[in-house]
Design a protein around this ligand. Structure first.
Ligand code: BTN
Length: 249
């Protein structure tokens, strides 16, 4: 995949493109062991074991969608906001290429008209108690979406804007947004506020699934580290941490 006019300094300056891999996440982990530079992007046309959040699978036919992982070496304090950078940059890129507005379902699903066009999976590589690297995995349904009866309903960029789109164009736009926001992380607050402004979950009644227990409440607020504060019908508060639960809206 060739990006002729990429305006970034380090994100996507090194792109490793495969036809078929198990998962770009696994390839990225191997490249971290080989000391890959920050911003290295792994792209696959096809994954045989593509993975989603909470142990789910991620499906895309060959060369239809964007399947990417980015290798980062963030500071510890930046880790909790990495998913905000990722979700916000996808959401902004999606708006630029489709001219349709896009929102974020907490913690990091990207939606158009309430349907999911993209998901994010972050895996951290630990060395003792330190985080050695973070792998940010992004799947964007550019020209295909799986016809699954799940919430939120899947869709694709082409399905929403009525024409096929070039994966290169979406990728370039996304990488530029991503670098811009990742650099802003040093200032912390700005990314959180921009992300929060797009989160459509706030104020809604939500159903939180903790293993096999479901609790209903109102999504009252979200803290700068991404923790969602849910108000239960009896007035009590639950702190909901991304990665532990499924949100059923
Ligand atoms: C989700 O469950 O919403 C997250 C989906 C993340 C999918 C992407 S595709 C590229 C990267 N490689 C994977 O195996 N998963 C992520």
């Amino acid at each position: 995949m060739h990006l002729s006019n990429l305006k970034t300094k380090f994100i996507g300056r090194n792109i490793v493109h495969y036809q078929v891999v198990t998962s770009t996440m696994s390839v990225a982990k191997q490249l971290v062991k080989d000391d890959a530079t920050e911003g290295t992007v792994i792209i696959a046309d096809e994954q045989t074991e593509g993975r989603g959040r909470l142990g789910r699978t991620w499906i895309a036919p060959p060369a239809s969608n964007l399947l990417i992982s980015i290798i980062l070496y963030p500071k510890l304090a930046q880790l909790s906001q990495l998913n905000m950078v990722a979700a916000l940059s996808v959401s902004q890129a999606v708006e630029k290429v489709t001219e349709l507005s896009s929102s974020i379902k907490w913690p990091n699903d990207i939606l158009i008209r309430g349907k999911k066009v993209s998901g994010i999976l972050i895996e951290n590589i630990l060395e003792g108690r330190e985080v050695k690297a973070s792998i940010v995995g992004i799947g964007i349904n550019v020209n295909f979406f799986p016809d699954l009866d799940i919430t939120p309903t899947p869709t694709s960029l082409s399905g929403e804007c009525g024409k096929e789109l070039s994966r290169e164009m979406v990728l370039q736009c996304f990488l530029e947004e991503f670098e811009h926001l990742y650099k802003l992380l040093d200032t912390g607050q700005i990314v959180y506020e921009k992300w929060l402004a797009r989160v459509e979950t706030l104020g809604k009644t939500i159903r939180v699934k903790w293993n096999d227990r479901i609790e209903v409440g109102c999504a009252e607020s979200i803290e700068p580290d991404g923790t969602l504060i849910m108000r239960c019908p009896d007035g009590s508060i639950r702190r909901v941490v991304a990665g532990e639960v499924t949100l059923q809206v």
